[in-house]
Design a protein around this ligand. Structure first.
Ligand SMILES: [Zn+2]
Length: 345
């Protein structure tokens, strides 16, 4: 679609009262680029996956979402003419793990065993959550019936409505909101506890559990030993700030830093580090990511020590070394998250 046609269509939708943001989402940036040898990187806007092509089939990491995975399947069929035999999940979150169904005929789905715990539906009596990334949903319950009807939903809750609505009844209950927008994530049929090697066509791919931490408890780093390459998602990203409030309500900041430090060391043996968000990089990018936390923690610690209020810190703290990273406008939310990490009992 040309820019002019997008503008024309946007104008029409404005007249009709339809939000134009839905149009922008229909034109995702998608690409496939070679990392090295038979290892490739797939892109859907700000989300990235990797896949390894072997004579016996393809080992794919995160399928990202149904639109992307359908597009990817057709690209893979055309370019390589071998089926996807494995889908290896980094973790259960819907923005990375959705859309695997399209590969279900040929692929085995693999993830850390804690994916199943994260994906289990909480009890039906669960109220709309008051903390966490989707606590905002509770503020949308205009008729105060404890459910979010589609006409009450807005923002990220509306954008992910289908993802939340596991029982497809057109309303979201507290259990569905608490569980998260993961109804399009296909459950792993093969799970592991500490690490697992998947072999296909003479190639090995290794999944390693990252451990308990705030982001999720089912995170796998997926490594390609022969290619000296690594797929690492969300607990490490490149040239992008940590997402908003950093899941502070889950605590476990120390565990997160332990994981970052560990993988910073491991990454030095790898030539290609492909994050789930941000450009392909190397070990120095993991170091820059760790240094960001060092600076953020130092700034918030100093604010606390000098008696600043949280609001003052959110307004005043700047980390100019990172002003060219994407998500820099989230800095005040990172400050909030770090404040809680450092002060919550
Ligand atoms: Zn995630």
């Amino acid at each position: 679609m040309t820019i002019n046609r997008i503008f024309a269509l946007s104008g029409l939708l404005l007249i009709l009262g339809i939000p134009t943001s839905s149009i922008a989402q229909e034109e995702p940036t998608r690409s496939i680029t070679q990392i090295t040898g038979d290892l490739y990187r797939g892109q859907n806007n700000n989300h990235f996956t990797v896949f390894l092509v072997t004579e016996e089939g393809i080992i794919l990491t995160d399928p990202i979402n149904p639109g992307f995975s359908a597009w990817l399947k057709s690209e893979l069929d055309t370019r390589f003419d071998v089926p996807v035999k494995y889908v290896l999940y980094s973790h259960h979150h819907g923005d990375h793990g959705s859309g695997g169904d399209v590969f279900a005929e040929t692929a085995t789905f693999v993830g850390h065993e804690n994916m199943l715990t994260h994906m289990a539906m909480p009890p039906e009596s669960t109220p709309l959550p008051l903390e966490g990334q989707y606590a905002i949903a509770a503020t949308m319950d205009a008729n105060d019936n404890g459910l979010i009807e589609m006409n009450e939903a807005s923002g990220a809750v509306l954008a992910n409505f289908v993802g939340f609505d596991e029982n497809e009844d057109g309303v979201l209950n507290g259990a569905e909101v608490l569980r998260g927008p993961i109804s399009q994530v296909r459950e792993p049929e093969l799970t592991y506890a500490t690490n697992m090697v998947i072999s296909l066509g003479g190639k090995d791919v290794e999944m390693t559990w990252v451990g308990e931490m705030n982001h999720s408890s089912d995170m796998s780093v997926i490594t390609f030993p022969e290619e000296k390459a690594m797929h690492i998602v969300d607990f490490v990203t490149f040239q992008r700030l940590p997402y908003r409030e950093m899941d502070f309500e889950n605590k476990m900041f120390d565990e997160w830093m332990t994981a970052i430090n560990h993988w910073e060391t491991v990454s030095k043996d790898y030539d290609f580090i492909s994050p789930g968000h941000g450009p392909l990089g190397g070990a120095s990018d993991v170091t820059e990511w760790r240094e960001y936390f060092d600076q953020l923690q130092a700034a918030v610690s100093e604010g606390i020590a000098t008696g600043q209020s949280l609001e003052e810190m959110r307004e005043n703290i700047a980390l100019p070394d990172y002003s060219d990273w994407s998500g820099y406008s989230w800095l005040h939310e990172n400050v909030l998250g770090m404040y809680h990490f450092l002060t919550d009992e």
